[in-house]
Design a binder for this molecule. Structure first.
Ligand code: ADP
Length: 497
């Protein structure tokens, strides 16, 4: 077992004030891999004080200089990519190639947000009076709180932390209790890149630690990614204190396959969208909505591909599907297998725990046929390698089935018909739409987020990410230098109002 994984507060690695700890285990081997500080509200308060103290200097640091620190962080992450990836696989189970992709996303985001240090565009517009100038600029908010899940332990935090930092805020980050070690390694990157003490603080712990962050009135923004139930609770708490909140929650994503689709492309994309990251992506496909004509051939191809997947410990390069993150996740996914069977779904492959593995929380890649749109397995987020096949007659029916769920993150359509593709772009009510591509591979320069139960209208990534972490300030400059001018202004304002 490694040394204690500590909090990072005010520029120092520190134990929890209570001295409490918890352990984490490798989901593939069930070995204990880390002993971790368990933070209470007192630790959160200490982090908030440190962040408040650091805020003023950081906000006054010119944004291009802030950007240079992010560029350095990107370089360091590039050098440490393999070590970070291996730690991630050990801690949460995703296969090593996917862990590398996770780190790469943070590298890309660091360069992108570093560049925002020289953009961060505001605007000017004409004003009503002579000798007067008007502009709108982005301003920092203050101390912001980030609460993140385990499924993308570096990428998702980077979507929040990097825009928060470039906007001039100081940050308190509460990562998932399932990925503390890789989170500490990620923070170390910023320490080594020269981020001033107190600008980024790490508090480790479980839900109660996150709740303390949400309740602290000095934390003005909460950016949360996680389950819908937790997210809505966070939203209510934060709203009562008047905080700005960005939420990224559940999904029930689908791929639509029309009769004219390219079968090979669709098979490949569906397999990786459903079973990649063991189905534990926010954007994982859990519903295949397929037109009647192509269904038999597509189902056959998916069975063949699904059976050939190599399940195992993700540090082995040839492994394609790793374990679920923990025992609780295995219980939850297993319970959906029972629900599916009771509802009348038929397992074509899989359908239960993978007992071929000697240890670990493995669930077999699972394909269910005979699923109808209102079954629970077709409506609720399972977050495991489980794909439900729903047969439809037409494009219109496919779109209706796609849209008729409580979530709206991503959807995809496979068709060779340009008219069908554009209708789908228009009518699919998700925040992300793919054409002839799986529901994975969102790029960091575009907004990421979803409709309905997936979010609250905010978006991560792209320039839209700045909206969560900045305030607009409108500035009017009167350069007439004359009392008469001011008098006219006053008259105009009085007249206008
Ligand atoms: P999951 O465990 O399925 O990823 P959660 O929504 O429970 O989903 O967890 C996402 C993040 O929210 C984690 O960092 C977790 O510790 C944190 N969290 C859990 N409960 C709360 C809460 N009541 N208040 C704030 N954060 C919480």
């Amino acid at each position: 077992m490694s040394d204690l994984v500590r909090n990072y507060i005010g520029g120092a690695w520190v134990e929890a004030q209570s001295g409490d700890t918890f352990t984490t285990i490798n989901p593939a081997t069930e070995e204990v891999i880390a002993n971790v500080a368990r933070s209470s509200a007192a630790d959160v308060d200490a982090a908030v004080s440190a962040a408040k103290q650091a805020y003023n200097n950081w906000r006054l640091t010119p944004a291009p200089r802030r950007g240079e620190i992010l560029y350095r962080a990107a370089q360091i992450m590039t050098e440490r990519k393999e070590a970070l990836s291996q730690l991630m696989t050990q801690e949460m189970g995703k296969v090593i190639s996917e862990a590398r992709g996770d780190v790469q996303e943070a590298i890309d985001m660091a360069y992108f947000m570093g560049g925002e240090g020289r953009r961060m565009h505001g605007y000017t517009a004409p004003v009503e009076l002579p000798n007067k100038f008007g502009m709108a600029i982005r301003d920092s908010v203050g101390v912001v709180g980030l609460i993140t899940p385990w499924n993308f332990p570096i990428a998702v935090p980077s979507w929040k932390m990097l825009p928060a930092l470039i906007c001039g805020n100081s940050v308190i980050w509460k990562p998932s209790e399932d990925t503390p070690a890789v989170s500490a390694a990620f923070v170390q990157v910023f320490v080594d890149a020269g981020l001033p003490a107190g600008v980024l603080n790490l508090v480790l712990g479980a839900g109660d630690t996150g709740a303390a962050l949400v309740k602290n009135p000095q934390v003005r923004v909460i950016s949360f990614t996680g389950s819908t139930a937790t997210g809505l609770g966070v939203y209510a708490q934060a709203a009562a204190l008047g905080k700005k909140v960005s939420l990224e929650m559940g999904g029930k994503n689908a791929i639509l396959v029309m009769d004219d689709a390219n079968l090979e492309l669709a098979t490949q994309a569906i397999t990786w969208s459903a079973f990649g990251t063991t189905g534990q992506r926010c954007t994982a496909t859990s519903r295949l909505i397929v037109q009647k004509g192509i269904k038999p051939r597509l189902t056959e191809a998916l069975i063949e591909k699904g059976r050939a997947l190599k399940v195992g410990y993700g540090l082995q390069e040839e492994v394609q599907v790793g374990p679920l993150v923990n025992a609780k996740a295995l219980d939850k996914v297993s319970s959906y297998a029972q629900i599916g069977a009771q509802e009348g779904a038929r397992a074509l492959i899989g359908g239960g725990r993978d007992t071929d593995q000697p240890r670990g929380f493995f669930f077999q890649p699972t394909l269910y046929d005979s699923v109808t749109p209102n079954m629970r397995i077709a409506q609720e987020e399972i977050f495991g390698p489980v794909l439900s096949i729903i047969e439809v007659a037409s494009l219109e029916e496919a779109i209706e089935v796609n849209n008729n769920v409580a979530y709206g993150l991503s959807s995809s359509i496979f068709t060779e018909n340009v008219n069908a593709a554009f209708r789908a772009i228009r009518d699919l009510t998700t925040g992300i739409v793919y054409i002839n591509h799986g529901t994975t591979g969102a790029e960091i320069q575009f907004p990421f987020g979803g409709t309905r139960g997936t979010g609250n209208g905010m978006r991560e990534a792209g320039q839209t990410a700045l909206d969560s972490f900045s305030e607009w300030k409108s500035v009017y400059v009167d350069y007439s230098g004359r009392l008469q001018r001011a008098q006219i202004d006053t008259d105009a304002i009085l007249g206008a109002n």
